[in-house]
Design a protein around this ligand. Structure first.
Ligand SMILES: [Zn+2]
Length: 128
C-alpha cells in the first residue's frame, strides 16, 4: 500500500468514527503527499537530464573554438560551444563552402578553423 492509499484509508476510518477535525487533517495530509509526489517526479526528471548531460559531456572535446565528438577523429562535424555552454544544446555547425569555418544555425556564432587568408599586404608608407 502506498503512502497515499494509507492516508485515504485513515480518512475513511476518521469518517467512520465521525471526527471532522481528523478528516480535515487527513485531507491536508493527502494534498501534501500529492505535492511531494509531484516534486519527487520533477527532481527525478532533473537528475535524469543531468546524468544524460554528464554522459554527453564525456563524449565531446573542445578544440579550435568548437566541440567535436571524440569518435569524430577526422573532425568532420563541429558543434557550437556557445549553445552547449549556455543552453546545454549540442548544435551542429554549418560549414562555410570554403571549409575554413562554420556558423551556428541557432545562435549565428561564426567559428573560424583556419587563420583568415591575407589577400593583400597592407601598404606601408615607411618601407623603402
Ligand atoms: Zn550556437
Amino acid at each position: 500500500m502506498g503512502v497515499l492509499d494509507s492516508a485515504k484509508a485513515a480518512f475513511e476510518l476518521a469518517k467512520k468514527v465521525g471526527s471532522i477535525d481528523l478528516q480535515k487533517q487527513l485531507i491536508e495530509v493527502q494534498e501534501k503527499i500529492l505535492e511531494l509526489q509531484q516534486e519527487n517526479s520533477d527532481l527525478k526528471e532533473k537528475i535524469k537530464k543531468l546524468e544524460d548531460l554528464s554522459e554527453l559531456e564525456k563524449t565531446i572535446v573542445a578544440d579550435k573554438n568548437a566541440y567535436w565528438k571524440k569518435t569524430d577523429e577526422k573532425k568532420q562535424e563541429p558543434y557550437c560551444t556557445a549553445c552547449f555552454d549556455s543552453k546545454k544544446q549540442l548544435i551542429r555547425l554549418h560549414w562555410y563552402s570554403s571549409r575554413e569555418g562554420a556558423k551556428c544555425p541557432v545562435c549565428d556564432a561564426p567559428v573560424l578553423f583556419a587563420e583568415p587568408r591575407v589577400h593583400q599586404q597592407p601598404f606601408n608608407l615607411y618601407d623603402d
